[in-house]
Design a protein around this ligand. Sequence first.
Ligand SMILES: [Zn+2]
Ligand SMILES: [Zn+2]
Length: 246
Amino acid sequence: MGTQRFTVEVVRLTSAMLGEGFVLQRFVLGPINTNTYVVTDPEGGVAVVIDPAPGASEALTPILKGFEGKVIILITHAHFDHASDAARLRASLGGPPKAVCVLHELDKSMYRISEGAARWFGAEWEDPVVDVYLTVREGVEPVKPLREEGVAALAIHVPGHTPGSVTYYFLDARAAFTGDTLFKGTIGRTDFPGGDPEAMRESLRRLARELPPETRILPGHGSPTTMGRELRENYALKQALEGDES
Ligand SMILES: [Zn+2]
Ligand SMILES: [Zn+2]
């Protein structure tokens, strides 16, 4: 541990406020420039980490160790570049009740593949230690540990990139963390093990139904965008949605 030398780029999205005074930060981490997002409530109520990428434990532990409130780690999917540091970060913060981890149960099937991919990229993999498994199938369910902290967030099941891919939608903030399902200008790949192009099309239709156009989209790689902009300009997304009518 501590031998990984990957980029740490901190982008403070100061204009993006999640609800009452929440502050959003984006860390670009690991061998394939994954976005690890940290949403903190300066009042100390709750901090949310989305997708702890390789190096996230090292980068975030000093920031979150002194944080008074609960730390909720949300994984959009269990590819190594999004989940390698979940177990390490959870443990370094002392585990529950201080730090809990959330993942869709269907992505347990990705662990062995992620372990191999991490080795290939020279990153370290540990199976996530999960406190709350999401079980929703092709629909939407509340994210319970967040609801308990008074934050309204939905898990939208979006299989296609992986069987257990999830978009986390924060209702008051009108922000959605889309992992590797929807990016600025393109959509997620479906040619990895567990990928499913037809499921991906259905999932993109689900996102288009659930997320109003003003929703800020925070993808697993690359820049933020909005749902409205993607509906207008994202050719791959438009193709998927048009298939609806044919
Ligand atoms: Zn992925
Ligand atoms: Zn990725």
